[in-house]
Unconditional design. Structure first.
Length: 185
């Protein structure tokens, strides 16, 4: 089965990547993520400015950089971890693809667009609380914990929210790692 009513992601980056991919398949996509498109739009404008050798005055987090390679290098450091997923998206898909996705998707955070119908809703698990769909796919950005004790209580709760959003069919293959944990106790 490849047609889902909703794809639930752990991160905004997962939502963006899935929205680009679903849109490329010709689907009408509704996107609901933390912060909506506002911050993403500013990041894309600033990234494009840097890539073109201009000053990124529209995005404070990028104002300290002179060029895109500096941003890429910084995003790989511990201090730049906050930018890492956005830089990876810009590098993998290109700023134009992200901007096109925003222009062609329904912004679920926009009250004027919230009730519009789409082929698929792509949403962070945080935003999915209280919502249900017939067929749900859990996206692969739910990653195993980097801890010997397994996922945190917060991560377990978030996974619970995600897997309880399906009414008829759930593809939780992305969470197979949870069932392979070697937990004692």
């Amino acid at each position: 089965m490849s047609d889902f009513d909703a794809i639930l992601c752990r991160t905004n980056a997962g939502v963006i990547a899935q929205a680009i991919e679903q849109h490329a398949q010709g689907k009408t996509v509704k996107v609901t993520m933390s912060g909506g498109f506002g911050g993403l739009r500013k990041f894309c404008e600033a990234a494009e400015m840097l890539m073109n050798g201009e000053s990124p005055w529209k995005f404070p987090a990028l104002q300290a950089f002179n060029n895109w390679p500096d941003v890429q290098a910084y995003s790989q450091t511990d201090e730049g971890a906050e930018l890492r997923s956005m830089v990876r998206l810009a590098d993998n898909y290109g700023v134009d693809a992200i901007v096109e996705m925003m222009a062609n998707c329904i912004d679920g955070a926009d009250k004027k667009q919230r009730n519009k119908q789409a082929d698929v809703t792509i949403i962070t698990a945080h935003k999915a609380k209280g919502l249900e769909w017939n067929r749900v796919l859990i996206h692969g950005d739910f990653k195993p914990a980097k801890s010997e004790t397994g996922p945190s209580e917060t991560d377990i709760r978030l996974m619970y929210v995600a897997v309880t959003r399906a009414k008829l069919f759930l593809d939780a293959t992305a969470l197979d790692w949870v069932f392979n944990l070697d937990c004692e106790g």
